[in-house]
Write a protein that binds this ligand. Structure first.
Ligand SMILES: [Zn+2]
Length: 277
């Protein structure tokens, strides 16, 4: 080959890019050609400069693997080779991860605790509310009962007042017996209609299994039972009554203590009575 042909091989040779056979031929020529030797030196300097001036390149996967392997061998003392491919290095759990996990668990625990406390509070509140409802219901019943009693009492008082003001009214006084010396009463009745009312005071409180019973005892006849009633601790009684026709003329009015449901004939002691004539 001529000098000019070899000259064209100088650039690839400076970059070590020639085939081995071409490189040998060029080396042979270089021993005989000072011009080519000088040009190759210049080219090699230039190639070195080019290498410095070149943009930094990212190594390919193979080069990268080789670099990492060499680093690993240096650091760990492992034997180079098969270890790199397929080796799985587990990631250590980070401290942050633990903090988050613990935080979440703590939050879940607190939420559950709050829920439990809330349930207990609600349950206790419901129990308390139910107790209050029962109490209020009881109070309401009592008040309604008292109201009904007051209304009844008011009606009796009005009736008694009307009777007392009636021009046809007749009043009989009742005196306490030996058994109830502090007791006294009035029996007022309308001589036309027989409408009557008993007003009593100072009677002993009625025992639980007993009741007072009113009797009409016409002269020469058996006692006729009237109403039964009870008195409270103050011993008052206001009892509306209907006078039997047979008792309208000079009958004795008497009060005895009888069994709770009353009696057909007097069995207990007399507490109050009009004087027998
Ligand atoms: Zn030459």
């Amino acid at each position: 080959m001529e000098h000019q042909v070899y000259q064209q091989l100088l650039v690839p040779h400076s970059l070590d890019a020639l085939e081995v056979s071409e490189a040998r031929e060029l080396e042979a020529h270089l021993e005989t050609c000072a011009e080519c030797r000088a040009e190759l030196v210049a080219l090699r300097d230039g190639a070195a400069l080019l290498a410095y001036a070149a943009e930094p390149a990212t190594p390919g996967p193979e080069v990268r693997a080789r670099i990492l392997e060499s680093v690993r061998v240096k650091r760990t003392g492992d034997s180079p080779g098969a270890v790199l491919t397929g080796r799985v290095v587990p990631l250590k759990p980070r401290a942050n991860w633990n903090v988050w996990t613990m935080g979440l668990r703590l939050a879940a625990g607190l939420a559950f605790l709050a829920l439990l406390i809330g349930l207990v509070v609600l349950w206790r509140r419901e129990v308390k509310l139910r107790q209050e409802i029962v109490q209020l219901d009881h109070q309401l019943n009592n008040q309604q009962h008292e109201l009904a009693r007051d209304r009844d009492m008011l009606a009796r008082q009005r009736e008694a007042l009307a009777l007392l003001n009636s021009p046809d009214a007749k009043r009989l006084e009742l005196a306490g017996s030996q058994t109830a010396q502090n007791a006294r009463g009035s029996f007022v009745y309308d001589q036309k209609t027989g409408k009557a009312v008993l007003l009593a005071d100072g009677l002993p409180a009625t025992p639980a299994d007993k009741a007072y019973e009113l009797w009409f005892i016409p002269k020469g006849h058996s006692p006729v039972p009237g109403r039964i009633f009870t008195v409270d601790s103050s011993g008052h009684a206001l009892l509306p009554e209907q006078m039997p026709v047979d008792a309208m003329q000079n009958a004795v009015i008497a009060i005895t203590l009888e069994p709770k449901r009353g009696s057909a004939v007097p069995t207990g002691a007399i507490y109050l009575s009009t004087p027998s004539s």
